[in-house]
Write a protein that binds this ligand. Structure first.
Ligand code: G3P
Length: 268
């Protein structure tokens, strides 16, 4: 156990109950879990069915998803289990909401994950009115985070917004800049939206999330194991984040092309 547990709640980013149980055994706690259909598809249970030559239809896929989150649900603490609706670019808010209502009934500690799109935010608005807890995922900008704030205003439960750090890094940006800017933007707010750092790929991402005081971070088991191997350090008061994008900065400079950074803090 760490001498001091981080104030940030730690969620496992995955889709395998066995893995969650193992992480809990190593860490001594797991505050919550985030799942999504592609992580569930990678779970050993689903892989076994696929290997035996059986292709899952949409209903079977949903039944598997339900079974898996029902096994994860009792393993986690107060941050709950995020369940993602199946959505394509053309999925309507009504379709998402119908799924959200159903999935919310699967377990007592569900958060329904909606994409941060126009239709997704309409589903968020309706869900919040009905008392469905939500996690708004695929957040890549401060503007999206501001839209989540407006769409979910009045929620009696904390609303999660999930900025995707690693995916922004992949595009040559510094994903943690976005997390920092959203935190700063929400400073003068009613605090009903909690920042959940997602697409965390490294220990540095995790430590900087702690340093920024994000409310939650969802972390792959691999990174959590690495953290425990280092005795679960917390960032020192003078902690300085070294983004993986440093290399991108150097290459950008060499190519005489400025590295694109996430814009500075906007206000709500
Ligand atoms: O937390 C979101 C996650 O499941 C996606 O992570 O590493 O594939 O970008 P990643």
């Amino acid at each position: 156990m760490p001498t001091q547990r981080p104030r940030t709640k730690i969620l496992v980013d995955g889709g395998d109950p066995e893995e969650t149980a193992q992480v809990k055994a190593i860490l001594g706690f797991v505050d919550g879990q985030t799942t999504n259909p592609s992580l569930i598809a990678k779970s050993p249970e689903v892989q076994q069915r696929i290997a035996s030559g059986r292709k899952l239809d949409a209903e079977e896929e949903k039944a598997e998803y339900r079974k898996i989150v029902q096994r994860i649900s009792p393993l986690v603490g107060t941050a709950g289990v995020s369940i993602e609706v199946f959505a394509e670019l053309d999925t309507s808010s009504e379709e998402m909401l119908a799924q959200g209502r159903e999935m919310f009934g699967w377990i007592p500690n569900a958060y329904i994950k909606y994409p941060c799109t126009h239709e997704g935010l309409r589903a968020v608005e309706a869900s919040v009115r009905e008392g469905i807890r939500v996690n708004v995922t695929l957040c890549f900008s401060q503007r999206q985070a501001a839209a989540v704030y407006s769409a979910s205003k009045g929620s009696r439960e904390p609303v999660y917004v999930s900025p995707f750090v690693g995916r922004l890094d992949d595009q040559g940006e510094n994903g943690m800049d976005l997390v920092r800017n959203i935190k700063r933007m929400y400073e003068r707010s009613d605090h009903h939206v909690h920042v959940l750092a997602a697409s965390i790929r490294s220990l540095e991402h995790l430590l900087y999330s702690f340093a920024l005081g994000v409310e939650l971070a969802t972390v792959p088991a691999r990174v959590l194991v690495e953290w425990t191997k280092k005795s679960m350090p917390l960032p020192a008061p003078d902690y300085v984040f070294r983004p993986a994008g440093d290399t991108a900065l150097i290459i950008g400079a060499l190519l005489n092309r400025p590295h694109r950074r996430v814009s500075d803090c906007e206000t709500l």
